[in-house]
Design a protein around this ligand. Structure first.
Ligand SMILES: C[S@@+](CC[C@H](N)C(=O)[O-])C[C@H]1O[C@@H](n2cnc3c(N)ncnc32)[C@H](O)[C@@H]1O
Length: 250
């Protein structure tokens, strides 16, 4: 039985520490939200499981050295020498089986994932809230991946309602893969999933990162919690256990 509180019905989720530095050290914090006057919260006690309590797989534990390496590399350069999506490692492997040259990808929240998709030969449409970050991604594509890759990238600098409106104006069923990985503070991922779902073709893939986080529970419920392919484990640059999920679009 699911004993957790009802999912947030809007993008009003707050995270706070009760005893700031001790809590930061031990990975304890509270995530809280309010649905029509009813306050709900969960307490996170550590980050050696995901926020739903799932343990990382053994294969994921083997990726800890890669997580540490990319953690230090990302401190020096925000785009890695060999960019990979900042998703759970096994989720990246799964994505690698789905994407091929000519695949059409749409993503909310760009970065290393954008460049990795381009490196796989995909055509990529990215919605990104930060103009500086968008420019950084575009320049990396042009300068490090070359003209062919750069020509396969479209970046829309937009957030919130503006990004959602633009996403809704894309042709229905025109993408093979959608990745929703934006910052919730700028565009709520649940609204992003709603906007992009009709844009993915039948048997295409919807991927949602941090699907264990309360802010994304509504998106998971919309897509069907029991229908997901869930990966719990470590991701590049992320020294805590997190979760990435996939859905096959009907
Ligand atoms: C979770 S990240 C998106 C990551 C991307 N989908 C990936 O897998 O690489 C969400 C947002 O964080 C911001 N971001 C990510 N890395 C950043 C960096 N190194 N510097 C500044 N902003 C960054 C971007 O605005 C991005 O849309």
């Amino acid at each position: 039985m699911d004993t957790r509180p009802p999912a947030p019905t809007s993008n009003n989720v707050r995270t706070f520490y009760t005893r700031p530095w001790l809590d930061r050290l031990t990975g304890r914090y509270t995530v809280s939200w309010e649905n029509e006057g009813n306050v709900a919260s969960i307490r996170v006690h550590n980050r050696i499981t995901d926020m739903e309590g799932h343990k990382p797989s053994l294969a994921s534990l083997m990726k800890v050295p890669a997580t540490v390496k990319t953690y230090f590399e990302a401190k020096k350069r925000s785009i890695l020498k060999n960019p990979v999506p900042f998703l759970v490692y096994e989720a990246i492997e799964h994505l690698g089986t789905l994407v091929e040259p000519g695949s059409k990808v749409v993503e909310l929240g760009g970065g290393n994932s954008t460049l990795w998709f381009l490196g796989q030969g995909a055509e990529v449409v990215t919605f990104e809230h930060s103009p500086e970050w968008a420019e950084h991604i575009t320049a990396f594509a042009r300068e490090s991946l070359g003209d062919d890759a750069a020509s396969r990238l479209t970046v829309h600098v937009a957030a919130g309602d503006e990004a959602l409106e633009l996403a809704r104006s894309l042709d229905d069923s025109s993408f093979d893969i959608a990745l929703v990985d934006c910052m919730n503070a700028f565009t709520w991922r649940k609204a992003g999933v709603e906007a992009l779902l009709p844009k993915v073709r039948s048997n295409g893939t919807m991927c949602l990162d941090n699907s264990d986080h309360p802010n994304n529970w509504s998106a998971v419920e919309l897509l069907g919690k029991s229908d997901r392919l869930r990966f719990t484990g470590y991701a590049p640059m992320c020294p805590v256990v997190t979760q990435t999920s996939f859905w096959t679009v009907p």
